[in-house]
Design a binder for this molecule. Sequence first.
Ligand code: ACO
Length: 275
Amino acid sequence: EQIDPSELETVAVTIENRIAWVKYNRPDKRNCMSPKLNRQMTRVLADLEFREDVGVVVLTGEGAAFSAGMDLQEYFRENEQKGLWATRKAQREAYNWWERLRWYEKPTIGMINGWCFGGAYGPLYAVDIAISSDDAKFGLSEINWGILPGGGASKVAQELMPLRKAMYHAMMGENLTGKQAEAQGLVTESVPHDQLKARVVEIAEALLKKDANALRATKWAMRRMVEMTYDNAEDYLIRAQEALNGFGGLEARKEATKQFLDEKTFKPGLGTFDI
Ligand code: ACO
């Protein structure tokens, strides 16, 4: 496939100490998601997913925005002019990378540095841990320009927020601050802007010290269980642990148990074992 050179400018990637920083890189357009950006994001995430020098992926935005949602010009208007097939193709390109991120092999952190609107709720939901700047603004602005919050955005609000709050959020088109987003369940935590990166690095470094296989099994279980009854979840967790045992989990647990019971070098209640 021929790569359009302009696609390579829409996402920036740097890797430092096993943390991959993936940035929406259209600050002049408030990092809104164009089809080009979505295609590049797909490639970047696919590349990082199986790299040995990457242990955690952070998704964030360059400049004042995390992402101002879908690009009203390049994603909506231009595709509508071309016809339904173009709209469907553009939807597929966006939804594909959000889905990939939801089931990513590696732990992911969203660093919500600024504006986060509409379509950006897809990736917001997809990341495992979302840390926001207190100054960020979250909005389902769709209602303000005459559409419903599609592309999964309504579902994200309904999944993460109490229904009364989600309903108000979707119907009113008012923005939430980082702190409000934290209180209503949209993000894990909100911190002052000048502490945002340090907090994300702290979490990433803690994740890098965990057993990677156990971490992957844990995050997938948390998402899968959303749709399960208690009994199905109980059974799934047995199967998932037994699968984990098949690729190093048993050895990891024996080693951790030895470090706790015999060597007394750590306590599982207070820290993580030495991998
Ligand atoms: N689609 C297309 N262009 C956009 C988008 C977008 N979603 N967001 C920003 N831009 C463009 C602006 O048109 C402008 O382009 P220009 O410089 O060529 O004129 C540039 O980005 C900068 O935007 P401003 O509005 O000038 O920036 P400001 O800092 O004043 O405001 C804000 C930022 C509040 C994010 C504003 O740009 C905005 O409301 N954007 C739309 C947010 C939105 O509702 N997104 C869609 C959600 S619904 C969905 O995703 C399905």
